[in-house]
Ligand binder design. Structure first.
Ligand code: ADP
Ligand code: MG
Length: 363
């Protein structure tokens, strides 16, 4: 595999309509060369349609696809030289692993000798050197998906497009292949565009995540930035779990504001909506602490444990409060000095910078 740098991809106003239905709605984004972009969104949000438009299998109703700044929208798929991997392995069942991987090279008319070297290199990349003569059905699901990866990479594609490549695998195998995919991306330095509805996969693999809902791009950014500063309720809810606290903005202070929910006043850092307006906060469950007697925090709320579950690495609590509804907290095992039990009165605490204002989604 050559050490060429990856290519840059951009979408400008990409739109796809099926009759009166808009599957992809005016999506613009950029992926720098060598980056790992994930399109993340619920089922039906337009992820596959975007990927197919990038691949050239779906003709946009409006907008353009640019590769290294050049418009490739009219280019047929076979002229784009993009590698693709899908959820189903789509291997040729009657062909050996080596023949499956060699297929794109045969189609391109490459000589046998050149093919063999490239196939070997691609199988090395996915650590399947020992399986060259096997048939797909003699391989596990994870191995089959690695063959599909090798086949997509063997011709030095300009982009690697992946549509939920791991979703058919069980949890443990998926985690393994995620790490391999990440290592592979780092090794070959190509631009990857991955589609998933799995938020953990998106967080662990991506340089950039584009979050989609109803065909629209709702937020794009690096995993940490999106997780810490979701712009809307949908993003906060889809990328990780979140509590939502509602109230009215009261006193604005230099470093933030007070949010009033009935008699409760919450201290919030950061810019927020104007004084007197309603505001919605996203508060991640792991940012809450169960306060011991005498312990305090910027914000303290009392409540009753409604439910708790042991998670191994910690526990998850649902605490019913009088003015803020139910609040979910995830506590690391080593930090809780209190044994949680249903019905127990507890105090939850969190820092002023733990909750972030988010917008309500447009209906
Ligand atoms: P995702 O991959 O995020 O699950 P898709 O891109 O496959 O979503 O589909 C987005 C929406 O477009 C869905 O509502 C789907 O039913 C619709 N859609 C996709 N392809 C077609 C088509 N060929 N004809 C009509 N509607 C389609
Ligand atoms: Mg899809």
């Amino acid at each position: 595999m050559s050490a060429l740098a990856g290519h840059a991809l951009a979408l400008r106003g990409l739109t796809k309509r099926y009759g009166a239905f808009t599957a992809v709605d005016d999506v613009s984004l950029e992926v720098a060369q060598g980056q790992f972009l994930t399109l993340l969104g619920p089922s039906g949000s337009g992820k596959t349609t975007i990927l197919m438009a990038v691949a050239g299998f779906v003709a946009p109703s409006a907008g353009t696809v640019l590769l290294d700044g050049g418009d490739i929208t009219p280019l047929p798929p076979e002229k784009r030289d993009f590698g693709m991997v899908f959820q189903g392995y789509a291997l040729f069942p009657h062909m050996s692993v080596a023949d499956n991987v060699a297929f794109p090279l045969r189609v391109r008319g490459m000589s046998r000798a050149d093919r063999d070297a490239k196939v070997r290199a691609a199988l090395d990349l996915v650590q399947l050197q020992k399986f060259t003569d096997r048939l797909p059905r003699q391989l596990s699901g994870g191995q089959q998906q690695r063959v599909a990866l090798a086949r997509a990479l063997v011709f030095d594609p300009k982009l690697l497009l992946l549509d939920e490549p791991l979703s058919a695998l069980d949890k443990k195998l998926r985690a393994e292949l995620q790490e391999e995919l990440k290592a592979l991306h780092r090794r070959i330095g190509r631009t990857f565009v991955n589609v998933t509805h799995d938020q953990e996969e998106a967080l662990s693999l991506s340089d950039t995540i584009a979050i989609l809902n109803h065909g629209k791009l709702v937020q794009i950014g690096d995993p940490n930035g999106l997780y810490e500063r979701p712009r809307t309720r949908f993003v906060a809810d889809f990328l990780g779990k979140s509590n939502f606290l509602e109230g009215t903005v009261r006193t604005r202070m230099a470093e933030g504001f007070l949010l009033e929910a009935g008699p409760v006043q919450l201290r919030v850092h950061g810019a927020g909506p104007a004084e007197g307006t309603r505001a919605l906060l996203s508060l991640r469950p792991e940012k809450l602490a169960l306060l011991a007697e005498g312990e305090t925090a910027d914000n303290v709320v009392e409540g009753t444990i409604r439910a708790w579950s042991y998670l191994g690495a910690g526990s998850s609590l649902v605490v019913a409060t009088e003015h803020l509804g139910e609040i979910r907290a995830v506590l690391p095992a080593w930090k809780s000095s209190i044994d949680p039990a249903e019905g127990l009165r507890v105090r939850l605490g969190w820092a002023a910078d733990a909750a972030v204002p988010v917008e309500e989604d447009a209906a």
